[in-house]
Ligand binder design. Sequence first.
Ligand SMILES: NC(=O)c1ccc[n+]([C@@H]2O[C@H](COP(=O)([O-])OP(=O)(O)OC[C@H]3O[C@@H](n4cnc5c(N)ncnc54)[C@H](OP(=O)(O)O)[C@@H]3O)[C@@H](O)[C@H]2O)c1
Length: 247
Amino acid sequence: MASTTDSKIILITGANKGIGFATARHLGRAGHTVLLGARDPHRGETAAATLVQDGLDARYLHLDVTDPTTVDDAALHIADEFGHLDALINNAAITGDRGRPPSGLPTGVLREIYETNVLGVVTTTNTMLPLLRRAAAGRIANVSSGLGTIAILADPDSPLRDYARLLGYNSSKAALNAITLVYAAELTGTTITVNAVSPGFCATDLNNHTGVLTADEGGAHIAHQIDFSPASPHGVFLSDQGGTYPW
Ligand SMILES: NC(=O)c1ccc[n+]([C@@H]2O[C@H](COP(=O)([O-])OP(=O)(O)OC[C@H]3O[C@@H](n4cnc5c(N)ncnc54)[C@H](OP(=O)(O)O)[C@@H]3O)[C@@H](O)[C@H]2O)c1
């Protein structure tokens, strides 16, 4: 991880398992206070307790990105306890279109995917932005995927070609990429940076454990991409391989 000498307050959505949980563990080990957003209290408390047992400063926060009341309550809690937020990692996401051709995906499933992967990010970002503005160097990291990159979806020779037909997931991540750039444009000239970040293809529940990396490796990639230094990139899609992805 780049240039962190002091402890930061970092909120990760969907942090009770998978890459979000692994990201929390890596950032906690780096000495930061990690707030594990989770929609299910039992899963969230269990995840936070696991990190606390490891000696990390980890707290569960009830946060369902599709339920604005829980996001508002989480922001109030952070304001009361810390007064500001240093980093928001928009990690929570779902897929519901695996095994279904685009032409066979019910609109209701598409809507559910967008509620979480797109609108949930906007709700959480807008609600947390006042707290991020109070930080010395606020950071917003949107966990995206190469499957949201139009250039990759358009490439018939892409190694990701087998996954090109995920209508809901891929288009939601493409929307997330656009959202990242739009927020980056609004926040240019402030101390807040906004980037899309990538864990790499990890074996998690999201893909029925077909990924080639572990969730822990994915979490390490995300943690590494959170840069609190003044040299932090801004308005780019950071690749897990280093460098950047095309949009
Ligand atoms: N796995 C990969 O290869 C890969 C590659 C590129 C990008 N990504 C991205 O990495 C992120 C994490 O994915 P993952 O692979 O770790 O998936 P995962 O294991 O399925 O974890 C997803 C997390 O999101 C949470 N979540 C879902 N809906 C939520 C909601 N409405 N509010 C709050 N939390 C919610 C889940 O909570 P529950 O336990 O309650 O369901 C879970 O904690 C996602 O943004 C995904 O798109 C993954």
